[in-house]
Write a protein that binds this ligand. Sequence first.
Ligand code: NAD
Length: 278
Amino acid sequence: MATSSPAQRIGVVGYGHLGQYLVERILKEGAGLGLTLAFVWNRNSDKLKGSVPAELILDDLSAFADRRCDVIVEVCHPKIAKDFGSHFLSQAHFLVGSPSALSDPELNHKLRQAAERHGRTLYVPSGALWGGQDIQRLSDSGALKAVFVRMSKHPSCFRLTGDTLSDWTEGEGRRVLFSGSVADLCPLAPNNVNTMAAAAMAAGTLGFSGVRGEIVSDTALRDYHVVEVEVTGVNGFSVRTVRRNPAQLGAVTGSATYNSFWSSLLVCKGHGGRVYLC
Ligand SMILES: NC(=O)c1ccc[n+]([C@@H]2O[C@H](COP(=O)([O-])OP(=O)(O)OC[C@H]3O[C@@H](n4cnc5c(N)ncnc54)[C@H](O)[C@@H]3O)[C@@H](O)[C@H]2O)c1
């Protein structure tokens, strides 16, 4: 007699835009897809009351192991990967929604090691990155020479540390805010560069300091974000993609990225003790 495998248990850390989206979809569609919600944590648990069943609310994140998860998804803040990433990987696969955290070489190393040691997968969502797996394959084959990612958005869509963009005015047009290594860019715009961080993880041979990134403010981009990726390989190989990601004015995350994130979660079935772009 055929036996069906038990549902995959998902823990969601963070209940902002992405967290709410994922929780709602797991509750609505999870049963048909073999997914079940094991817990939801938010630093302010009042936000969860009324919308998440009480038995699924986790008050103390350090008690996450009691919920026996197969996958833990961070959709919160890079700090969570830093404080809990290796603990999560000791118990479950870990989908790191804020991969800009991995620009810290020490944390990057620690999480790779934890994945290897425990045989669990550190998943990096592709987000708005097109062709991430192709970049990873090129890197793995030793044929990758350079990766450049430019993200252009309306100024209201940027959340920068410092006051780089405090003086923008409607109609001013295009302004390059930063151009340089993704390693230097991540601390400057941690919420805007997850896609570039995914590119840096895919391009393992180049890493965060070798992948170049540029962020551009453009008041003409009222309805979408633009993500351009230029990849250079050996013997004159090159690829250039331009992605238009529909987004509401002021939104950090493009609407297509929510769907992309959901697709990433569905990939997290276990790919061994390593990093896997999904
Ligand atoms: N990988 C991707 O493609 C991608 C796409 C969108 C967002 N993100 C990242 O995912 C995370 C969540 O995005 P979002 O759009 O849902 O953001 P959001 O601001 O809507 O929600 C973030 C949630 O985390 C909480 N939070 C913020 N800082 C915290 C901290 N230091 N400690 C504990 N909790 C904290 C907030 O209270 C909120 O509930 C962000 O880090 C964002 O950069 C990644």
